[in-house]
Write a protein that binds this ligand. Structure first.
Ligand SMILES: [Mg+2]
Length: 432
């Protein structure tokens, strides 16, 4: 292509021909992808996975199509803002994820068109490798050991063994959730290991988000939960012989008073961070002020307007940023805003390895990365969809160097594992 054919509005030679979406069955949750085809033969892929509302997201992409078909895919800013303004009365949430899935596919096209990784479109890379942590460590095994083909997590010794496995495989950081084993004081029929996710819907007693003495074992607010949490963290530390820093993700499960008590109990362990989601910057600041453990939050915030009050109030020590939920442009801006507050970011990446590649492209390009999330226990075909396993050594992975996101996507795997309507909502928060 001659440079004469490129205007400020992009390439006059290329047009978006079609947009396709996939809702893929990733074992215990659906993943969603966009595929944008151009008349030049370049196809771009984006991820916009949401474990609970997959059909709303792909339906929103469908609604956006008239704004995109026939347009120049290289003119990403204009398309991004067209989509943002079409969705302005549905700010955030599903609309943001759908816009992100489209925007990410457009960056893939642009990188492939120029034959460079996406981070090169933003000035190149600051690093060749990225430290990662083993996320949902124990969480996925507790709930879906059959899909994963691993042993269940039923005893303290099982958790110690898992900690040892993490260290033996070279990882130096992990993240887990609140896992309640059958040998716990809070176990109840059917006496199976479960993960406490009350903040996502957990039955009676789980909406109050506090801790209290109670004799009713059917509620989750008993102070004994502190013992359950401490036993789990101490078993992981024992197994990993202190060589692994531990993150505990409390998700949306608690209000500040309870989080402060949990942090207080965990001060003596080798904590990477305690993570808590809440849409309240002052409440979060109360927590960070109460503990020496770093507090991480923000995975559900979208764009600088959402993050700004949290940064201004220094409500979090580490900012999680989700690229499939807010796109590359927003994520770059949030990382810059965080950098201006001396805060490092950690990409939220509990999705497929397309998201892993996208997140690595962001990590490569920004100066303030704390660490990056990857789920190591996952569906067996996770590596196949990008043509093979990632090269992870000592808990570190290489920054991709190929054009676009740096991988070819095998969509036949998506078709083979289609998510069936009615299977949702994906994550069930009640004990099985
Ligand atoms: Mg989280």
């Amino acid at each position: 292509m001659s440079i004469l054919h490129i205007s400020l509005r992009g390439s006059k030679d290329m047009k978006i021909e079609s947009i396709n979406t996939y809702v893929v069955d990733a074992g215990w949750r659906p993943w969603q992808f966009t595929e944008i085809k151009t008349d030049s033969g370049i196809t771009g892929y984006g991820e916009m996975s949401d474990g609970r509302n997959p059909w709303g997201i792909v339906g929103t992409v469908e609604d956006f199509k008239p704004l995109l078909i026939g347009k120049d895919p290289l003119n990403i800013q204009a398309l991004f803002w067209d989509l943002q303004r079409m969705a302005i009365q549905s700010k955030g949430g599903i609309a943001s994820k759908a816009v992100a899935g489209i925007e990410l596919a457009l960056w893939d096209i642009k990188g492939k068109h120029h034959g460079v990784p996406v981070y090169d479109l933003f000035g190149g890379k600051l690093r060749d490798k990225q430290k990662i942590y083993w996320s949902h460590c124990g969480t996925s095994r507790a709930r879906d050991y059959e899909i994963l083909g691993v042993d269940p997590l039923n005893s303290r010794q099982d958790v110690i063994n898992l900690g040892k496995e993490v260290a033996d495989k070279g990882y130096t950081s992990l993240k887990t959730n609140i896992i309640v084993r059958p040998d716990s004081p809070l176990s109840h029929p059917p006496e199976e290991t479960y993960v406490f996710f009350g903040g996502f819907g957990g039955g009676a007693g789980s909406t109050d988000q506090g801790l209290e003495y109670t004799t009713d074992k059917q509620t989750f607010i008993n102070y004994e939960l502190l013992d359950v949490i401490e036993d789990h963290i101490s078993a992981l530390q024992e197994g990993s012989q202190g060589k692994v820093t531990i993150g505990l993700d409390l998700n949306f499960n608690f209000k500040p008073q309870a989080v402060k008590k949990i942090c207080n109990r965990l001060e003596k362990y080798n904590m990477m961070w305690v993570e808590i989601d809440m849409y309240e910057p002052d409440g979060l600041r109360e927590i960070t002020d109460s503990t020496d453990i770093p507090i991480t939050s923000g995975e559900n915030l979208l764009g600088i307007t959402d993050y700004r009050p949290y940064f201004d109030k220094r409500s979090m020590d580490v900012a999680m940023i989700d690229i499939p939920w807010q796109g590359f442009i927003n994520s770059k801006e949030v990382a810059s805003l965080a950098a201006s507050h001396q805060i490092n970011v950690a990409p939220h990446n509990y999705y497929s390895h397309l998201s892993t590649m996208i997140s690595l492209n962001l990590c490569a390009n920004i100066p303030n990365v704390r660490i990056m999330e990857i789920d190591i226990d996952d569906v067996p075909w996770k590596d196949e969809m990008i043509g093979g396993p990632l090269d992870i050594k000592n808990g570190v992975v290489d920054i991709p160097t190929g054009p676009g996101w740096g991988v070819d996507i095998d969509t036949s795997i998506f078709e083979k594992h289609a998510w069936q309507k009615g299977k949702g909502p994906g994550y069930l928060s009640l004990p099985k």
